[in-house]
Structures are given as structure tokens and as C-alpha cells.
Design a protein around this ligand. Sequence first.
Ligand SMILES: Cc1cc2nc3c(=O)[nH]c(=O)nc-3n(C[C@H](O)[C@H](O)[C@H](O)COP(=O)(O)O)c2cc1C
Length: 220
Amino acid sequence: MKLLKKSALLLLTLAFMASPEIIGAQEIELPAHETNSASMSVSQALATRHSVREYSSKELSAQELSNVCWAAVGMSRDDNHRTSPTAMNRQEIRLFVFDKNAVYEYMAKTNVLKQVVKGDHRDLLAGGKFPQKFVMDAPVTLLMVIDFDLFKSQEEHAKQMTCVDAGIVSENINLYCQAAGLVTVPRAQMDKEAISKLLGLSSSQLPILNNPIGYPKERD
Ligand SMILES: Cc1cc2nc3c(=O)[nH]c(=O)nc-3n(C[C@H](O)[C@H](O)[C@H](O)COP(=O)(O)O)c2cc1C
């Protein structure tokens, strides 16, 4: 009996050590991103990058999630610059993480995932009228949301710039995944209205692109 208790305690300790640090019910601290996690050069990633719509059920580790969020919109050379450039450095692209447990917002400055809503809502990303069901097979999807309040304008030119900025974030994700052995596809399709409602977005916040991310599906 004593031995059983000891093994249970050891298992619990190991599970805790393997998982990201849970700060409170609402926040998960990610491990610091790695800068040497990719196994190929930028040129190789550019030459081999392609969209993938089939995923293995293997989950991303907390380290992988940290790395890919950082590649998307993480802080780079100082605390006012990101891995992805934005027009006038407005940093208006917010990043949300959907997985089977919840939806979180990635807070770049603190490297924390802040829970926005509990539950599996990946079906909303799959799409409205003609859903792309493969999105639900990917363990994680990153959603890019334009925040026009952060951009400080909704003029036509500003709108164009924010879309360009979101595209750059998505390409950072595409290239990081290719280099790190993950697979993804940039997507515009999703149920924007339902997602806005779920995340409590205002009329000046617009879901624009998403990237399902996972490991390649094993071939038989
Ligand atoms: C802005 C944008 C939106 C896209 N939207 C979708 C989408 O909703 N669903 C999808 O399956 N693929 C989508 N794609 C992926 C393209 O179909 C894909 O990139 C293209 O066919 C070229 O293939 P490649 O990425 O393998 O080079 C999108 C790509 C871009 C750049």
C-alpha cells in the first residue's frame, strides 16, 4: 500500500514537471521559446513549405506551442518589437490558441496563455457553410485577430495594412512549422460571427486568418 502511494506521488510529480506551469485557473505560463529548435535553414523552409490538411493525433508539447506562438507574434529584439513586423509597429494582430480544452490568448510580453473560454471550439474554425472537418484533427489552431483599436484607424488604407500584417504573422507560422517538423495550412475560412461572439470581440476586432497546426499524419 505504501509503495502504491509512493508511486502515485511520483507519477503526479512527474506529470507536473512535464506540463507548463499553471499560474492560476486562467493562466498558463509557457516555457521560454527556443531559438535553435528548427532543423533547416530559412531557404530550405521556403523551398519545401507546403499546405497540409491531414494531421496526426499527436499533441504539441508546451515547448512547441511556445516556439510557434513566439514565431508568430513573440517579442524579438526588445520589448517593443515582434518577430513579425507590422505597419507603423502598431502590433495590432492578436493571437488566440484553440485546443481541445479551451481558447486562450497568447500574451507575448509575459509568455502566458490567458484562458478566454473553456471547452473545445475548434468546430467554429472549421467553417460555416461548408466546414473543413480536418481542422478538428489538428491539436491546435492559431487564430489571428485584427484589433483596429490597437491600429488606431479603420480607414481603407489602414484596413489593407492590417490584412498584410496578418498575412505576415501567418507566414511566420508557416515557415516555423516547416522548419520544426510540424505541418499547417493558412486559412481564411471560419465562422467569424460565432467566433467573435464566443471570444467577446467588439466590432473593431476582426478574426482574419487561422493556422491549424500538428504533426504529419502517419502513413500506413
Ligand atoms: C490568405 C489565404 C487564405 C487561405 N484560405 C484557405 C482556406 O480557407 N482553406 C484551405 O484549405 N486553404 C486555404 N489556403 C491555402 C491555399 O489554398 C494554399 O496556400 C494554396 O493552394 C497553395 O498551396 P501551398 O500552400 O501548398 O503552396 C489559404 C491561403 C491563403 C494565403
